[in-house]
Design a protein around this ligand. Structure first.
Ligand code: CA
Length: 333
């Protein structure tokens, strides 16, 4: 009788383990809780934390005085009032670069909802308030998340992106080295640490491993060559040889959601592209970007898209501007 119950318990716990593993899916809060508050501010990260994702994302650029700050772009004008505060500080191309400002100057700016070139809010139904939000450093975001983990007993991870490393180096700044220094201060440059580092630039991913000795888990982000995101040849990376080479350097890939399926007659199917299948077979984690309930692909509902990503395609995680609907979907499964 005792034996039977021990055996039954074992079977039950094994079943629980199997179902837990099959549902293991990492929700990455994209730019904090960017669906609700201005992206990458401490307020956005604090809100994201309360929504309990598995990871919170940080996008990193450098200031003129050598600080890593949380900004999605090397330019400032789409998320701050820099044109009003420092009207003469743009370059010849008319753009304002974070690298041309000190941290103290950047802190004097107000961070607002992302706007387009005409100054119109990109996601019109998002934050409508007039709150003051400021640019914050990588250090402040790391310490905030680690402190919240300590006070709540939580284990939310970090997911930081090194932005435009080739551009930074052209400007005489080694952003990757600076990122690794901060990670090492926090004992986060470790394959077992609860953090991923992501980058669009494959040459920099290689450099992180080979030249800078990075131990941290790495994710190669994938774009289209036509986006001119980095000097990386993405067509080459998406071949069998490219994926095999990638898997020697990274734990996973971050493809754009619009690129994961095959197209037929100009329309997306629900079948994965062969290169995504190859990456899965190669054992790479697949963390696509970006799930937005207020900017869905045409002809599909928010839950139908999650059904594909999580159930049919069985990806390993997802960048999302809205954590709560993804959590609700996972809990309903
Ligand atoms: Ca990013």
């Amino acid at each position: 009788m005792l034996n039977l119950s021990v055996k039954t318990l074992r079977i039950l716990s094994l079943t629980a383990l199997v179902s837990f593993q099959s549902m293991a899916f990492d929700i990455i809060a994209h730019r904090g809780a960017s669906g609700y508050l201005p992206e990458h501010t401490l307020a956005s990260t604090a809100m994201a934390y309360a929504q309990q994702p598995d990871y919170i994302e940080q996008d990193l650029v450098m200031t003129g005085d050598g600080h890593l700050v949380m900004l999605h772009d090397i330019h400032l004008e789409t998320v701050t009032n820099v044109e009003t505060v420092f009207p003469n500080r743009h370059r010849e191309d008319g753009r304002y670069y974070a690298l041309d400002f000190t941290l103290a100057e950047l802190r004097s700016l107000n961070v607002h909802e992302r706007t387009d070139a005409k100054g119109k809010q990109v996601y019109s139904n998002r934050y409508q308030g007039n709150g003051q939000f400021t640019v914050a450093t990588f250090e402040e975001h790391i310490s905030t998340i680690l402190s919240l983990n300590a006070t709540t007993g939580g284990s939310v991870g970090l997911y930081a992106e090194i932005k435009s490393p080739a551009w930074h180096r052209e400007q005489g700044v080694d952003i990757s080295k600076a990122v690794l220094e901060v990670l090492r201060e926090h004992h986060l440059d470790d394959v077992s640490a609860n953090i991923y580092i992501q980058c669009f630039d494959f040459a920099e991913i290689k450099r992180l491993r080979e030249e800078l000795g990075a131990e941290v888990k790495l994710i190669q982000l994938l774009a289209e060559n036509s986006w001119n995101e980095t000097p990386t040849n993405y067509d080459k990376l998406k071949t069998q040889e490219g994926i095999e080479e990638l898997s020697r350097y990274v734990q996973g890939i971050g493809p754009w959601l619009g690129h994961v399926t095959r197209y037929e007659g100009g329309k997306p199917t629900t079948e994965l592209t062969p290169w995504i299948e190859t990456a899965k077979q190669q054992g790479l984690l697949i963390h696509p970007y970006t799930y937005r309930t207020d900017a869905l692909p045409p002809g599909i509902s928010a839950d139908q898209l999650l059904m594909l990503i999580i159930k049919k395609w069985q990806f390993d995680g997802l960048f999302t501007d809205q954590v709560p609907p993804v959590k609700r979907f996972l809990q309903s499964q």
